[in-house]
Design a protein around this ligand. Structure first.
Ligand code: CP
Length: 298
């Protein structure tokens, strides 16, 4: 594997092998894993804000012995008019092994890989509304840890699905893993018009008998200005509360990619409740990114 730009490039076998590698890293002391890629270097180029993805990539690289630098975009020469292509080629001339890129433009990492003549690896850390493949992988890994067999699962996804690259990568990954059923719920304006998955008529139907409930935040930074959605009423109509969660299977897990808007898409009691695996997702983010980088650089 040279790059990871879209989760659809990964077969079920490759995803399962990444689960196994992540499990192995979880059981291996960091002083051992630090020897694996000593002398390699990575650069993180984040043109959009991040807490989880950037930090977990930095920790994943450090735990593999890779020197990682995060370019501060605000203080970089992109502010003086340097093009993205020249920025990339400049950093590549410093003999980088891996670029980790988050950008607001859909599909930009594919174009960037062609500027590098496919010499240096690129991992997509999120492109516009399109893909967030490492989030998809860590979400699949978390589901697998709790449920093992994807084919029997009902996964409910609720929130701003239309603008969510997290939802796209998760749905693509779940399809690859042959998931039983995906049920979607959002206002009509925030659900993709073309989807092969079931659009539930209301939230209770979506959550009913689910094995996994995935809550998404409203992607306010990507919404058209003229959107006619009453956000003040969001929690009432689209928020996950303990009462609604009771409709899911008793052993259902609750997921959220973060950042959470507590009291809007998810109540405190659910976010901090016994069925929430949100912090486990964050922990798995480091392990899964370690597994992926190890695969790409090996
Ligand atoms: N889930 C996610 O991508 O979070 P960050 O934006 O904090 O990286």
């Amino acid at each position: 594997m040279k790059h990871l730009i879209d989760i659809k490039a990964l077969s079920a076998e490759k995803i399962t092998a990444l689960f196994a590698q992540a499990q192995q890293f979880n059981q291996t002391p960091i002083k051992e894993t630090r020897k694996l890629h000593q002398g390699r270097s990575a650069i993180a180029l984040f043109f959009e804000n991040s807490t989880r993805t950037l930090t977990s990539f930095q920790l994943a690289c450090q735990r593999l012995g890779i020197d990682i630098t995060a370019l501060n975009i605000e203080h970089s020469s992109t502010q003086k008019g340097e093009t993205l292509c020249d920025t990339l080629l400049t950093l590549n001339a410093m003999q980088t092994d891996l670029f980790i890129v988050r950008h607001q433009q859909n599909n930009i990492q594919q174009e960037m890989s062609s500027w590098l003549n496919n010499e240096t690896s690129i991992i997509n850390a999120g492109d516009g509304t399109n893909q967030h493949p490492t989030q998809g992988l860590l979400d699949l890994y978390t589901i697998w840890q709790y449920k093992q067999d994807f084919s029997t699962l009902k996964v409910a996804i609720i929130g701003d699905i239309k603008h969510s690259r997290v939802a796209n990568s998760l749905m693509d990954g779940l399809n690859t893993m042959n998931v039983g059923e995906i049920s979607l719920f959002a206002p009509d304006e925030l659900i993709p018009s073309k989807t092969k998955h079931l659009k539930a008529s209301d939230m209770n139907t979506c959550v009913k008998d689910a094995d996994v409930v995935v809550m998404l935040r409203i992607q306010k930074e990507r919404l058209p200005e003229d959107l006619n959605v009453d956000f003040a009423q969001w929690h009432e109509h689209y928020g996950l509360t303990n009462e609604r969660l009771k409709l899911a299977k008793p052993e259902a897990i609750v997921m959220h990619p973060g950042p959470m808007n507590r009291g809007i898409e998810i109540s405190d009691e659910v976010a901090d409740g016994s069925q929430s695996v949100i912090w486990q997702q964050v922990r798995n983010g480091v392990l899964m990114r370690q597994a992926l980088i190890h695969k790409i650089l090996s």
